[in-house]
Design a protein around this ligand. Structure first.
Ligand code: LMR
Length: 394
C-alpha cells in the first residue's frame, strides 16, 4: 500500500531551514524561517515565560484532560488581549488549537462545513502554508492583488479592485498585522474602507493574527481586527502565541468565531469542539497555561510587555539601519520601504536568480520569493546583507 504514495512537495520555508543547516560555511546567515533572534543570534526564552513555567511546575496538580476547546481562562485572556471590549460574550465562540497553523486549519474546515461552495480569497502573495492547506482540503480559492513588486508597497487600489470579483458569502483571508511575507500593511483609513466594502458585499473576514505586538504595539496592531469585530456580522480569527510570547515549539494558538446572534454562536461553539475532537481531541495545554499565567499576573504581564516592546523596537531599529546602509550602498532611496514595513518580514522584490546568487556567493539565506526575516539580523550582519543586495543587483 505505502508504495502507492507519491513524494510530497517540500515546504519552501522548512526546506530552506534544512539547506541552511547543511551549509558548512562559517559566515552563513539565516534570514529564512520566522523566528526572532537577539544580537547573539539566539532565540531566547522570554523572562516572563521562564517565571510562568516555574509557577506552573509548583502549582499544577494534575495533567488530566481540560475541555475539548481548551482551558476557559486561556480563552478569556486571549479574547481580552485581541479584542479588548469589542465583542459581546453572546456572540463569540473560542477553541484552543495546536499553534496558529492549527487554528487556520480548523477555520478552513469550519468554512467548508458551513459553506462548501464559498471561495476563500487570499492575498497575492501570502504565507505559503495557507495555499498548501487550502489545496490539501480541496477548498476553492482565488487570489486578490496585494503587493506592488516595483515599489515593494501595498497596492491597496489593486486589492479593492480585485475584491470586486467576489460573491456574497465568500471569505476574505486577511493578515491582522505584519503581513507575511511582504511586511506591507493596511493603514487605519484603509482598514475602514475595507470594512465598509466587506459589510456592503456580505463578505466574511477570516483574519490570521500571528504577530500582534511585533508591528506598532499590542493595541495598534489590533486596530483592523477590532474594527471588523465591531462592525461585521460574522468574523473568524485565528491567532498564534508563537511569536509574541516566543513559545514557538509549544504550539499555542486559538480560533474565534463571531456570530450574528446567540443561537448561531452556540452552534458555532459546538462545531469548534467537534472539529477539535475529530482532528486531535484535546489541545496541548502547556503553552496556553503559560500565556494565562502571564496575562493574569500584573508583574509578569508588564515584564512580558516590556520584553515584547524591546523586540519590536529592535526590529524597527534594524529596519532603519538597513534602509540607511542601503541608501549609502545604492546611492538612492529605493529601499526606504524597509522602514515603513512592519513585523518580522520584508519582501525585497528580487528575482529567484538573485536570491540563489545571494545564497551561493554570500551564504545569505532568504525564502525564494525574496522574503527576509528582519528579526534574524543584527547590527553586525545588516551591513553584510546591504552589500550583498547591491552586489547581486537587486
Ligand atoms: C514563517 O512564516 O516563517 C513562520 O510562520 C514559520 C512557519 O511555520 O512557516
Amino acid at each position: 500500500m505505502l508504495e502507492q504514495l507519491q513524494q510530497q512537495p517540500p515546504d519552501k520555508i522548512l526546506d530552506l531551514m534544512q539547506t541552511f543547516k547543511e551549509d558548512t560555511r562559517a559566515n552563513k546567515l539565516d534570514l529564512g524561517i520566522g523566528v526572532y533572534k537577539n544580537e547573539n543570534g539566539q532565540t531566547p526564552i522570554i523572562n516572563a515565560v521562564k517565571k510562568a513555567e516555574k509557577i506552573l511546575w509548583e502549582q499544577e496538580t494534575t495533567k488530566s484532560y481540560t475541555k475539548l476547546t481548551g482551558d476557559s481562562d486561556f480563552q478569556t485572556v486571549m479574547k481580552e488581549l485581541i479584542f479588548s471590549d469589542c465583542v459581546s460574550e453572546d456572540t463569540i465562540s473560542t477553541a484552543h488549537t495546536p499553534g496558529g497553523t492549527g487554528a487556520i486549519r480548523q477555520a478552513f474546515e469550519l468554512i467548508r462545513l458551513a459553506s462548501p461552495n464559498s471561495k476563500i480569497w487570499i492575498s497575492n502573495p501570502t504565507w505559503p502554508n495557507h495555499i498548501s492547506i487550502l489545496k490539501f482540503l480541496n477548498i476553492p480559492y482565488s487570489e486578490y492583488i496585494y503587493f506592488d513588486k516595483k515599489t515593494c508597497e501595498l497596492n491597496f487600489d489593486g486589492m479593492m479592485e480585485s475584491l470586486k470579483d467576489t460573491k456574497p458569502g465568500d471569505i476574505i483571508l486577511l493578515h491582522g498585522c505584519c503581513h507575511n511575507p511582504t511586511g506591507a500593511n493596511l493603514n487605519n483609513e484603509q482598514w475602514k474602507e475595507l470594512q465598509k466594502f466587506l459589510c456592503n458585499n456580505q463578505l466574511v473576514p477570516l483574519i490570521d493574527l500571528a504577530y500582534q505586538g511585533f508591528g506598532d504595539g499590542l493595541d495598534e496592531d489590533a486596530y483592523g481586527v477590532r474594527l471588523l469585530a465591531k462592525k461585521c456580522k460574522e468574523v473568524i480569527l485565528a491567532a498564534s502565541c508563537s511569536k509574541n510570547f516566543g513559545i514557538y515549539r509549544e504550539r499555542t494558538g486559538i480560533l474565534f468565531t463571531i456570530s450574528e446572534n446567540e443561537k448561531i454562536k452556540n452552534i458555532s461553539s459546538s462545531t469548534l469542539a467537534f472539529l477539535n475532537r475529530q482532528n486531535f481531541s484535546f489541545p496541548p495545554d502547556h503553552g496556553g497555561k503559560l500565556v494565562t499565567l502571564i496575562l493574569k499576573n500584573e508583574e509578569l504581564k508588564s515584564s512580558w510587555i516590556k520584553e515584547l516592546n524591546e523586540m519590536r523596537l529592535n526590529m524597527l531599529d534594524i529596519r532603519k539601519s538597513l534602509a540607511e546602509e542601503l541608501r549609502k550602498e545604492s546611492r538612492s532611496n529605493r529601499f526606504d520601504f524597509l522602514e515603513t514595513h512592519r513585523g518580522m518580514f520584508s519582501l525585497l522584490g528580487a528575482t529567484k536568480d538573485q536570491v540563489l546568487n545571494m545564497r551561493e556567493k554570500h551564504a545569505i539565506y532568504m525564502i525564494e520569493d525574496s522574503r527576509v526575516n528582519i528579526a534574524g539580523l543584527n547590527k553586525k550582519t545588516l551591513s553584510k546583507l546591504a552589500r550583498a543586495i547591491i552586489d547581486v543587483g537587486i
